[in-house]
Design a protein around this ligand. Structure first.
Ligand SMILES: C[S@@+](CC[C@H](N)C(=O)[O-])C[C@H]1O[C@@H](n2cnc3c(N)ncnc32)[C@H](O)[C@@H]1O
Ligand SMILES: [Zn+2]
Length: 265
């Protein structure tokens, strides 16, 4: 199921420990996830989203404000019926949980570099498999996945090519031009919009793009504060500008691109 991050040999689960034949071992945490991020690969003590960001994202997503994003991802993958599905940079598992429930793959794997997020995901979505790992070195064998979902997360092209089956699918969700426009307008006098270019990925064929745009006009002060905390853009506010932005009861424009690719190599 997993490869050893130190020597790339298969890991075998014995009792509550994954071990490779070179005797590198990784404990299965009580929540059911495994930490496959060796210290050598850590660029900071607590890489990825921190607890505060994770909790804010959790609260915002759980309130259902991005449910349409999950629905759209389900819609675009339902024809594919992936049996082996990877949620890359899955965070606290909101989308993993919905994909698992709606697409019923044989196995859904979620990986993220943030241990706090993975611990939460494993606890709340026991049917899926979660590991702390880097998107730049995925702990999976070549050709393991029928489909990969990447929602706002980094990735490395060669790793996407390696772990996906030829003919498999990659669905990326990225910000479209008007995403969170009102936050940008509150922060900058000159607003730079997100690009609308379709990113070409070597070895992949771009099959389809769908744009999902909607406005959120019933956000409470608490929802807005969660939204600001969960996006790096929000850190540009100071206490004062954040308070006046929230008090203005803004309507928030959301704008996403869903791009479906297939690995043709
Ligand atoms: C904006 S969040 C998106 C999370 C989730 N997909 C969602 O939309 O709710 C980006 C995620 O990528 C993770 N991340 C950042 N760098 C990473 C890396 N090198 N490998 C794996 N995950 C990484 C972060 O910890 C965070 O959970
Ligand atoms: Zn090993």
């Amino acid at each position: 199921m997993y490869l050893c991050p130190l020597c790339q040999l298969p890991l075998v689960l014995n009792q509550r420990q994954y071990q490779c034949s070179n005797k590198h071992s990784f404990d299965l945490a009580k929540e059911g996830y495994v930490n496959l991020l060796p210290v050598q690969q850590k660029k900071s003590l607590d890489p990825g989203d921190n607890t505060e960001m994770m909790q804010a994202r959790r609260a915002f997503l759980q309130a259902g404000w991005y449910q349409r994003v999950a629905e759209q991802a389900v819609a675009m993958l339902s024809a594919v019926k992936p049996q082996q599905l990877l949620d890359l940079g899955c965070g606290e598992g909101y989308y993993s949980g919905i994909l698992q429930q709606r697409l019923s793959p044989q196995q859904l794997h979620g990986i993220d570099i943030s241990k706090t997020a993975i611990r939460f995901a494993a606890k709340h979505y026991p049917k899926a498999h979660f590991a702390v790992a880097s998107a730049y070195q995925l702990p999976f064998v070549a050709g393991q996945f029928d489909a990969i979902v990447r929602i706002y997360a980094p990735s490395l092209l060669s790793e996407l090519q390696r772990v996906l089956k030829v003919g498999g699918y990659l669905l990326t969700v990225t910000p479209a031009p008007d995403h969170l426009l009102q936050i940008k307008q509150a922060l900058y006098s000159e607003v730079k919009l997100h690009s609308s270019e379709i990113v070409e990925l070597a070895g992949f064929q771009h099959l389809a793009r769908q744009q999902l745009s909607f406005t959120l006009d019933r956000l409470t002060a608490e929802d807005l504060s969660h939204l600001i905390t969960m996006v790096p853009l929000g850190w540009k506010f100071n206490q004062e500008t954040q308070a006046s932005f929230i008090n203005s009861k803004p309507t928030i424009q959301c704008d996403f691109y869903f791009d479906l690719y297939t690995l043709s190599l």
